[in-house]
Design a protein around this ligand. Structure first.
Ligand code: XIL
Length: 372
């Protein structure tokens, strides 16, 4: 870290920041940019935001958005619009929502999120067209029967991308066309689509998407393939093959569901090397779903929050240096995070707490974006 500007750290609401936070060397002093570490929503709006700082660095900062709080909670809307320049629908652009019964598309919930994003000058990452989860029952049945599976998947992709064409009223700039098609050991995942259509489905779906909206940026998205390793090697090999075959794939999404504690997040050199080799294929790299679990670590609450801040800062800093162009969190407030539901344990994996106050992670992220 260079060019740090020390500011006094104010203790508040039981939150203190340990000496390990982002290059902190003097207890009681933290490094933040443009705002006091005591800033919270109740005090005043911050002078800077992740969004503004990201704009200055040429990186979009995004959040996954959930429909209910967007309608029900003013604080949710306020922070979303202020802090983020990109939006992903956390659920409502998945096939079970967009085509609940065959041939009947329902864009209402997704379009409400798109409308909010557009009104606030944010771009949209579409998520996701081809996945083994959150499919409507009819689509699973068609895939399992083998008959007309290809036509059903193609119709879904064509229907969705026609609605969201970039030359239309509700443009979606980037799409996670395929989500999680590789297993943790690097094999092709045995999904409804692999079984029905064979491995060639991966190239087909990108082609269908590109034919429908030639201006959409098309991504392969996966988890656990962020650093170097068997799975990351397999994702790289898959993409190299697609690129060599002239398949219209434009980018890779690294989900980045990580945690504090040993080996719960990629090392900086591994992450940098993996991004570099993906970019060397001519692909854009986005971080698409970042959160940092606390339950994987040990120590006091303050120590774990400080470690979480460090993980966020290390990964964002590495990504900026490595040329990542979009960086999305899977939510932004601990009130609405998928992690407790997924792991069955309480957590606090996002940069804003349950009272919508920024956590040490938030300050560490702004510091990195400001060039720290
Ligand atoms: C999750 C949502 O956050 C949950 O609300 C939902 O119940 C299940 O899906 N990888 C992905 C996302 O690509 O779509 C998942 O989202 C989280 C893991």
């Amino acid at each position: 870290m260079t060019a740090l500007r020390p500011v006094r750290l104010t203790r508040r609401a039981g939150l203190s920041v340990g000496a390990s936070l982002v290059g902190l060397s003097t207890p009681g002093t933290a490094y933040a940019v443009g705002e006091s570490a005591s800033m919270n929503r109740q005090d005043h709006a911050p002078e800077t935001s992740l969004r503004d700082l990201g704009d200055a660095r040429g990186i979009r900062i995004g959040a996954a958005v959930s429909s209910r709080p967007l309608v029900a909670e003013p604080a949710y809307r306020e922070i979303l619009a202020r802090e983020f320049s990109s939006v992903t629908c956390e659920n409502v652009m998945k096939p079970s929502f967009l085509q609940p019964s065959q041939g009947r598309f329902d864009f209402q919930a997704a379009d409400a999120i798109v409308a909010f994003a557009t009104a606030h000058g944010m771009t949209i990452r579409g998520h996701t067209l081809v996945w083994h989860n959150q499919n409507p029952a009819w689509l699973e049945r068609v895939a399992a029967s083998g008959e007309n599976a290809s036509a059903a998947l193609r119709d879904h992709i064509t229907g969705v991308l026609t609605h969201y064409r970039n030359d239309g009223p509700v443009p979606v700039l980037a799409w996670d066309v395929v989500n999680e098609a590789i297993t943790d050991t690097g094999a092709l995942r045995d999904t409804l689509w692999a079984r029905a259509l064979g491995p060639g489905y991966l190239a087909d779906v990108f082609r269908w998407a590109n034919e429908t909206d030639p201006d959409a940026r098309l991504f392969y998205n996966d988890y656990g393939a962020e650093g170097m390793g068997r799975k990351a090697d397999a994702v790289h090999a898959l993409l190299r093959g697609l690129v060599q075959d002239g398949v219209p794939v434009h980018g890779v999404g690294l989900q980045m569901h990580v945690g504090i504690g040993a080996r719960q997040s990629p090392s900086r050199p591994d992450l940098a090397a993996n991004i570099a080799r993906l970019r060397a294929l001519g692909l854009e790299v986005h971080v698409t779903e970042m959160d940092v679990k606390l339950q994987t670590g040990t120590g006091t609450d303050d120590e774990r929050l400080a470690e979480q801040a460090q993980v966020y800062a290390d990964i964002l800093g590495t990504c900026i240096e490595a040329g990542v162009t979009s960086f999305t969190f899977w939510g932004f407030t601990d009130t609405h995070s998928w992690i407790p539901g997924f792991t069955g344990k309480p957590d606090g994996a996002l940069p804003f707490d349950t009272a919508y106050a920024p956590k040490p992670a938030y300050h560490a992220l702004t510091h990195v974006l400001a060039g720290g």
